[in-house]
Design a binder for this molecule. Sequence first.
Ligand SMILES: [Fe+2]
Ligand SMILES: [Fe+2]
Length: 228
Amino acid sequence: MSDLNTHVGPKNFSDKFALNFTKFLRFLADTFFKKRYGHRAVVLETVAAVPGMVAGMLIHFKSLRKMEDDRGWIKLLLDEAENERMHLMTFIHIAKPNLLERIIILIAQAIFIVTYSLIYIISQRTAHRIVGYFEEEAVRSYTEYLHELETGKIKDQPAPEIAINYWNLPLNSTLKDVVRVIRDDEAGHRDVNHNFANLIDSRNTFKKSEYTKEYKTENKSSKQQVKK
Ligand SMILES: [Fe+2]
Ligand SMILES: [Fe+2]
C-alpha cells in the first residue's frame, strides 16, 4: 500500500503551475460541495477519468507517428482511466447527482478534455504533475470522507454490489471499506503520475548530457583538424 501522506514539493515553474492549478480547482470544489462527499465524489470522478484516457490516446498516436515503443505507458494510463470510471460507477450508487450537477458534469468534461489535451501537448511533464497533485488532493478528500463515516457524521451503508465484485471485497463490506480501497487506488495513481513527471525529467537530463557530450567531441575534433 502506498504512503497516504506523500507530497511532492514543487521544484520549478512546471511544478508550481501544476500545484496552483490543482489548488484553484480544489478551492472551487470545496466551495461548491462543502461536506457533500458523495456528490463531490460523483462529479469529480467524472473528471478524474479523463486524463488517463487523453494521455493514453496521445501517446498511442505519438507511438504510431514516431514508430517508437511506448514503454508500457499506454496500458498504465488506460488502466488508470478505467479504474477512475469504476470509482464513478460505484459512487453513482451512493449519491445521485442533481440537475445542476449534471450540467456541471457536461460543461466540466468539455472544458477539461480540451484543457488537459492542450497542457499534455505543450508540456507532458506538467500534465502528469497535475494529475499527481490532483491525486494528492483525492487522497486527502477520501480521508476526510472516511473520517465522517467513522465518526458517524455520515451514515455508513452496505457497499454497492459493483464495488464488492470489482475490488473482491467481503460480502458484508460497507461504504467505509469501499472508500478505503478507492483511496488506495488514488494513492497509486498519484505515485504513477509523479513518477512519469520525474521520468520525463531524467530523460531530458540524459538527452542534454548526451548533447553536451556530442558537442564537446565535435568541438575537440574540429580543433584538432584546425591544428593540423
Ligand atoms: Fe477516483
Ligand atoms: Fe483519482
